[in-house]
Design a protein around this ligand. Structure first.
Ligand code: SIN
Length: 309
């Protein structure tokens, strides 16, 4: 039976008629392109052993072993995302996209539900391609040439741990030394869409702007991205699996199940270097208010330049 892919409201798509434990190479290519297009793929009723989870992830690329997460016993390539009844904080509770602090950020992660609370513990996702697309033209033109600085230091470094609650779940604080500069608007490596690539947890500033100006710009971009129209809230059930693309979406794990256990297994897949989005001819001519006749006269053998705008 052919794989069925249905767009979800806000971001992502539900994928049906697929058994992730027995995936074929043509399925991998279909899922990879759907991941680029929709940003997140949601699956129900799967039954993946840890070994099958690893095989699935490896069919999309090399596994990235997270420096900071405690691994699942016996499976060093699977990160444990755990909250025990005695814990106050959950992992991933702030809006973020994983690994933006790396020079080559991870493609995405495949998260498998292992033990769920009786209610709550949803994960919420946001669409960073439509967040960019719906920005006002002047804002797009302002941010296209900019680059942002990302860091792991303030989230995974020693100063981030003010109590013992996360101890045993996250660690290796001395390894939190990654800083990376990426274009503020990237061209998505799969879909080629322009995507807003900053996030509240790991982005620490904008190259060439002082802190106040950088923060003000970031806050206004975050306020825009937080609109409900870009959001999809995923309710986990036994057998649910989610594959998100870090270059196309943000996510946040809700912490609304006090006194209950939630255990997820996460495998992260390596990505590629990120390139800046280019100015499209449509944007360029819109900005220049040129007519189609001007367009025909224009030399289109070269890409339009941001400086032209
Ligand atoms: C994460 O941010 O990787 C965890 C997401 C979740 O537990 O839902």
């Amino acid at each position: 039976m052919a794989i069925e892919i249905e767009a979800a409201r806000g971001v992502g798509a539900y994928v049906r008629n697929i058994n992730l434990a027995q995936i074929e190479s043509r399925d991998v290519e279909q899922l990879r392109s759907a991941l680029g297009e929709y940003g997140v793929l949601f699956f129900r009723d799967q039954n993946l052993s840890p070994e099958q989870h690893i095989t699935l992830a490896e069919s999309f690329g090399k596994i990235n072993i997270n420096r900071f997460f405690t691994a699942v016993d016996g499976y060093p390539s699977i990160a444990q995302v755990l909250k025990e009844p005695s814990h106050q904080k959950n992992v991933g509770r702030f809006w973020h996209t994983d690994h933006s602090y790396d020079q080559i950020p991870a493609l995405g992660s495949i998260l498998v539900a292992r033990e769920l609370p009786s209610k709550g513990g949803d994960t919420v996702f946001r669409n960073m391609a439509t967040a960019y697309e719906t920005l006002p033209d002047e804002m797009k033109q302002r941010i296209l040439p900019l680059k942002a600085l990302h860091s792991s230091r303030y989230v995974f470094g020693a100063e981030a741990y003010t109590d013992n609650d996360l101890q045993g779940r996250l660690g290796n604080t001395e390894l939190a030394t990654q800083d990376a500069i990426h274009p503020l608007v990237i061209q998505h490596p799969i879909s080629k869409k322009s995507v807003l690539y900053v996030n509240p947890q790991f982005t620490v500033g904008i190259e060439g702007l002082d802190k106040a100006e950088g923060d003000e710009l970031l806050e206004s971009l975050y306020a825009h991205a937080m609109q409900e129209q870009f959001e999809h809230r995923f309710q986990w059930r036994d057998g649910s699996v989610v594959f998100w693309d870090n270059r196309a979406s943000w996510h946040q794990a809700l912490n609304d199940y006090p006194g209950e256990r939630r255990l997820m297994h996460r495998i992260t897949v390596e990505g590629c270097e990120l390139e800046a989005a280019t100015v499209s001819w449509v944007d360029f001519f819109k900005h220049e208010e040129k007519s189609p006749v001007d367009f025909m006269k224009f030399d289109r053998t070269e890409e339009p330049q941001i400086r032209d705008i």
